[in-house]
Design a protein around this ligand. Structure first.
Ligand SMILES: Nc1ncnc2c1ncn2[C@@H]1O[C@H](COP(=O)(O)OP(=O)(O)O)[C@@H](O)[C@H]1O
Ligand SMILES: [Mg+2]
Length: 512
């Protein structure tokens, strides 16, 4: 007889159905697992054997064959332990044969028979729900599974024994409740930053339209400080974004305690990050920092210190909002619509732009050019706002705190985002949530520059040799500036401000 248990394999953030087939037959005493599993799947035999032993269930001295179907779909991870163990238990009659009929199962086993948390429970629960299945998952992942739907049946046992007792009816388990992460410690406030008014303005525009931003200035000017305060002015995730973000974090095993949060992700990987860490992949496919920053911010501090190839791998995701990773025999796609915020010093010593400073290695201009050459032109072309953050003087620091803090700026950002949501929903593009994410084809219609604005952008794009991408990016940025203004049409002032953030990009890209 063959027992079948439903489980899943992850392809990107999709959970594909997988059938665990268990057969116990006479013959040599062996326990084999087949079906294109990785090392973790092969080792699952030992964990299953030990966990069943610890639960008082000895494996029969027979030939046990486990097949993971479809056999051509690669299976990675440790979550096959539980479906395999339950399949074996049903085959030896430890649980009723029909108990598992309408369940999708995933979980890892410890040697003592307890069930440990695994990654990907949220997408698995959603896949189960859409097939009309309930879900059996580890206790610690129960809160996460409960998000998949109000009426999905979730069993989240601590151990194999607890699950057996549930099926026998001696100890019925309650359905876990969906959990929201409690209010984290207060966010850092923009009020702490003295001076730097133009950088603050740029930060506000970037937050309002989801635009990419590069802060350039000497060390100690407050660049890292400004970027760290961006989360305090970003609006919370909408329910739809929350779900997308949580799916990615679930697959990455990053949802602590299964609790979700509507805070926008803010990822700040160190400049030593490898390609796999940043864009995803590696021996076990896992979303990278750019996917974990989906619908949020990827902050790259000391931008030129990152490896050039790693930075250039961001070019395609910056354009398409997703990253596709080629594996040995298949390809996986993770969403990656992130906002890039970067900070850099103007040169290696950091002070080349300071008045009266003379670099003692070479002329200042060469020092700057050499350092900036680490950034490629196409990457810089994708950064809409390029802002200088000059050194702050002691006089600036002794000023009283600014009147405006994150609360006031955040309110303007939220109002501008609201306008954008309505605009793109009105244009039949409900998936587009910010000007930065708008397709180039609609931005000309959405921006509606008035005649003087149009003349300005035409002249400037000739003078600055804007690429087609640069042209559309200027329009998007100007649209955001007009939205912050509450203006229906983009005027020449909005275009002029947008262009002012672009001038440096053009100059720098030329040098690169
Ligand atoms: N504009 C500013 N207002 C108040 N404090 C500042 C400002 N700029 C820098 N500082 C102080 O200097 C420290 C270093 O700033 P940081 O943001 O790390 O500089 P950068 O990243 O530009 O090198 C901050 O922690 C803060 O104490
Ligand atoms: Mg810094």
């Amino acid at each position: 007889m063959v027992v079948r248990v439903a489980t899943v394999a992850f392809e990107g953030i999709e959970a594909r159905p997988v059938d665990v087939q268990v057969q116990i037959a006479n013959g040599n005493v062996v326990f084999t697992v087949v079906g294109l599993g990785d090392k973790a799947v092969a080792e699952s035999r030992e964990r299953v054997r030990a966990a069943l032993n610890a639960s008082g269930l000895a494996l029969p001295a027979k030939r046990i064959t486990v097949n993971l179907a479809p056999a051509d779909l690669p299976k990675e991870g440790s979550h096959y332990d539980l479906p395999i163990a339950l399949g074996v238990m049903a085959a030896i009659g430890a649980i009723p044969p029909d108990a598992l009929l309408n369940y999708t199962v995933l979980g890892e086993l410890a040697l003592d028979g307890t069930i440990t948390a695994v990654a990907g429970v949220l997408p698995a629960a959603m896949a189960a729900n859409s097939r009309g299945h309930g879900l059996i998952c580890p206790h610690d992942s129960g809160a996460e599974a409960a998000w998949a739907g109000q009426d999905i049946d979730v069993l989240a046992p601590i151990s194999l024994i607890q699950l057996v007792n549930h099926f026998k009816g001696t100890q019925v388990m309650a359905r876990p409740r969906p959990a929201m992460r409690g209010e984290p410690a207060a966010l850092l406030d923009l009020r702490d930053v003295k001076g730097q008014e133009s950088a603050k303005r740029a930060l506000e525009i970037a937050a309002a339209g989801g635009h990419n931003l590069l802060l350039n200035g000497p060390p100690g000017a407050g660049k890292s400080m400004l970027a760290a305060r961006l989360p305090s002015i970003l609006p919370p995730l909408s329910p739809r974004e929350l779900l997308e973000v949580s799916l990615i974090h679930s697959v990455a095993g990053d949802l602590a305690g299964g609790a979700l949060t509507d805070r926008r992700p803010f990822r700040a990987p160190h400049h030593s990050a490898s390609m796999a860490a940043l864009v995803g992949g590696g021996t076990r496919a896992r979303p990278g920092e750019i996917s974990l920053a989906h619908h949020g911010v990827l902050f790259l501090d000391e931008l030129p210190e990152f490896q050039p190839q790693v930075l250039d791998s961001l070019r395609q995701p910056l354009e398409t909002g997703e990253v596709s990773i080629a594996r040995a025999n298949h390809r996986i796609v993770y969403p990656a619509r992130f906002q890039l915020v970067a900070a850099m010093n103007p040169c290696r010593c950091g002070h080349a732009t300071a008045p009266g400073f003379a670099c003692n290695r070479q002329p200042n201009a060469r020092c700057i050019a050499q350092y900036q050459a680490r950034l490629s032109g196409p990457l810089l072309d994708r950064i809409d706002l390029h802002v200088e953050a000059p050194a702050v003087t002691a006089a600036d620091l002794m000023l009283p705190p600014p009147a405006e803090g994150s609360k006031e700026v955040g309110a303007r950002v939220a109002a501008a985002r609201e306008i954008q949501l309505r605009r793109y929903a009105g244009l039949g593009l409900p998936g587009v949530l910010s000007n930065a994410a708008a397709p180039s084809a609609v931005i000309e219609a959405a921006a509606q520059p008035d005649s003087s604005g149009l003349a300005l952008v035409r002249e400037a794009s000739d003078r600055l040799h804007l690429s087609a991408r640069g042209f559309h990016r200027v329009l998007k940025l100007a649209r955001t500036i007009a939205d912050l203004d509450g203006a229906e049409k983009v005027g020449s002032l909005h275009i002029a401000e947008a262009l002012s953030y672009r001038v440096d990009v053009t100059r720098q890209a030329r040098a690169a």
